[in-house]
Design a binder for this molecule. Sequence first.
Ligand SMILES: NC(=O)c1ncn([C@@H]2O[C@H](COP(=O)(O)O)[C@@H](O)[C@H]2O)c1NC=O
Length: 532
Amino acid sequence: MPRDHIRVTRALLSVSDKTGLVEFATALAGLGVELVSTGGTHRALSEAGLTVTEVAELTRFPEMMDGRVKTLHPAVHGGLLAVRDNPEHQAALAAHGIGAIDLLVVNLYPFEETLKAGRAYDDCVENIDVGGPAMIRAAAKNHADVAVVVDVADYSALLDEMRAGEGGISAATRRRLAQKAFSRTASYDAAIANWLAAEVPTQEAPAFRALGGRLGQSLRYGENPHQAAAFYRLPGTLRPGIATARQVQGKELSYNNLNDTDAAYECVAEFDPARTAAVAIIKHANPCGVAEGADLLTAYERALACDPTSAFGGIVALNRPLDAEAARRIVEIFTEVIIAPDASDEAKAIIGAKKNLRLLLADGLPDPRAAGETVRTVAGGFLVQGRDASVVDDMALKVVTRRQPSEAERADMIFAYRVAKHVKSNAIVYAKNGATVGIGAGQMSRVDSSITAARKAAEAAKSLGLAESLAKGSAVASDAFFPFPDGLLAAAEAGATAVIQPGGSMRDDDVIRAADEAGLAMVFTGVRHFRH
Ligand SMILES: NC(=O)c1ncn([C@@H]2O[C@H](COP(=O)(O)O)[C@@H](O)[C@H]2O)c1NC=O
């Protein structure tokens, strides 16, 4: 056996998830490994006919306090932590009658699953594993001499290695397993810390922040082919969305697909399905068409009409279960992803004819008002903020112009502002009759966004064979205040008759005066919707 290999003579197994346990332990026993384990694991192995020593025999203490104390003992931790070529450590083992443990197999109390099941506070507390992480950390620290397995998925490769190497495990494998073990305990503790943070909200930024997740999918690449990427799911997420959705069919999702689909679903979730059907079409994380309708087909047609060129290769999000009529129309143009709360069998069959088209079903719509956080990395750190959970229906809208908006204008203003929240800043959105007709996104100047949106509205009209821009008679939303009248005047020139914006500029008076002179109706929301 190469020098860097350790030969496993004794293994401690203590697992909550007993998948593959008996097969794995049987193979270990076959390799001459002595087995030690905790209560439930011991029971499972003995019932399978294996010879196993109970950990209580090592500690000479019974497991107690509902399992809160089973392995927290020097007989276990000494066996895991003793450095094999340190004479003092070896003397301590001998003096106290402690046997070395070469392999630790632990998976933890299912805290994340308990959280996900929405169980009571006390249940969650009881599912916080203490002894497991303590052993994992001990074995991982001592990876020079000990191997630690925290994932059922690693059983088979480890056995292959042991079989090929006279029961030995290489230093490289031990180090890789130790790295995984620390990632596991860190992610586990992050789930606990973040759950407690939500249970005990505070206005103060916590001194430490932990972020943990489980690999959902390795991705072929990131935003570009030369960037490595993977998708991680946060533990215990209950809010429906991209991370909880089931992929029913289609090619593997890419990094950009996941990011764009998230943007699409969060956008369409702003529309209450009990009130209206709604569709959002997204390209590069920005909406290129959003519309309401009596049904999904109508909403889709109207969303598509906003910018049919950009919709090619887009992501389509629906706020109601996908039906056959909408499905039939959506498959007519190249679409990357469809996401909806559900889909009828007929709709699934229609989508099924397009093998590559990805269909995701989320089993519900996310609540746009739900509290939560967004995280973004910057060089050497990360920024955390509360998610933008503000919804235009809850805002105290204030008419600031002489002219009051008509009912139709008011409805379109609200619609446009709802969409503007999901458009990258600077965001300008023209809307008419519950559909976007021109969107200007991500420009460095608000005037440029206004001009882009107006140009889009004119182009959309042309593609429909109409002489007049779709912006004519529309309402326009701006995600932040107009600092000068120029952006507002560009919108008026394009044909908008009503404006919705947060207000709050030091030149609001100038902007209001310009709106009055142009005969516009303007509403201030008092809430900004920057999105960078
Ligand atoms: N308290 C302890 O000393 C302790 N030692 C190990 N465990 C956990 O007990 C579970 C296995 O228990 P059992 O073998 O009884 O089914 C494992 O998830 C393991 O991480 C413990 N439980 C909780 O902390």
